[in-house]
Design a protein around this ligand. Structure first.
Ligand SMILES: [Mg+2]
Length: 299
């Protein structure tokens, strides 16, 4: 059952119960380039009460350092070590969990931020923003020399996706023995300030279809993201709450990790999905209209 939060007492209770607050960003703290009304004050309130504040985003187009710039530009206080993105988590997964040998490379479908995180983890990669792969020239196997050292394909959101990249990624997974198929996250859509666009999960969909197999996914709702946070931050899951705007990523992520969950309605999930014929099977512990509602605690 979901508890609807609306009164000062409700929010005070939440503040008492949870020491660590994990936040999704887009649709929770901001929408595109505009902050959600009250979000800055509420984050300040949590910090004032000595709460641990962490940001968990599936956006793999930016590195943590770049994401910090987004916080700065919107006037939202954040520190790089509080930010967990699926690009960073993917790099940690490849180096620490998969332990890709140093003589192997990753073939990347993705953008500069993803490359930056791989570089920071000391992972060799090809593809990505390489101009040779960002071409509209037609691709043919006859004119291509594959790299036998590619041991993984990593696919994230890539706004310059093309047939060459898909063909190379497909061929590596198919031909290079043991080549892993990884995706930064599986979000079907990507929210921008002007509306929805296809998300990272839609970029990897042609590969899943062509290969007839599913990738290992890193971002929310997968456990990998939480393991990555746990490796760096000590927190008690029972006293931790995940705040998100998307049931099938944020809220499922929190639930899978044994965390409490708070759904806000300023992003993807709409009121109509909470009950009735279109109700989602995923149910958050708490629902409030906006993170700004917690301003009721500021008196
Ligand atoms: Mg979101």
């Amino acid at each position: 059952m979901t508890s609807r939060l609306s009164s000062r007492e409700h929010y005070a209770d939440l503040l008492d119960k949870y020491d660590t607050w994990l936040f999704d960003c887009d649709g929770v703290l901001w929408s595109g380039d505009k902050t959600i009304d009250g979000a800055i004050e509420v984050l300040q309130l949590l910090r004032h009460h000595k709460k641990s504040v962490l940001f968990v985003t599936n956006n793999a187009t930016k590195s943590r350092a770049n994401y910090k710039k987004k916080f700065d530009s919107l006037g939202v206080e954040a520190h790089v070590d509080e930010i967990y993105g699926s690009a960073y988590a993917s790099a940690v997964y490849i180096s620490s969990v998969m332990k890709l040998p140093k003589d192997k490379k990753v073939y990347v479908i993705g953008m500069g931020g993803l490359e930056e995180e791989l570089r920071e983890e000391g992972i060799s990669f090809i593809g990505g923003t390489d101009p040779a792969d960002n071409t509209l020239a037609s691709f043919s196997l006859a004119n291509w020399t594959p790299d036998p050292t590619v041991g993984a394909v990593l696919c994230g959101l890539d706004t310059a996706i093309n047939y060459t990249k898909l063909s190379k990624a497909f061929s590596y997974i198919l031909r290079n023995e043991g080549c892993a198929f990884l995706v930064t996250n599986e979000d079907s859509t990507y929210p921008t300030s002007d509306g929805l666009l296809p998300g990272a999960g839609s970029i990897s969909a042609p590969l899943r279809y062509a290969l007839g197999r599913n990738p290992i996914a890193i971002g929310k709702p997968q456990r990998t993201m939480l393991d990555c946070i746990k490796a760096k931050h000590d927190f008690d899951p029972k006293r931790t709450i995940m705040v998100g705007d998307r049931l099938n990523t944020d809220i499922e992520f929190g639930k899978a990790g044994g965390l409490a969950t708070l759904l806000v309605l300023t992003g993807i999930t709409k009121e109509s999905e909470l009950s009735g014929p279109n109700a989602s099977p995923t149910v958050a512990d708490f629902v409030t209209k906006s993170i700004g509602d917690l301003r009721a605690l500021i008196s």
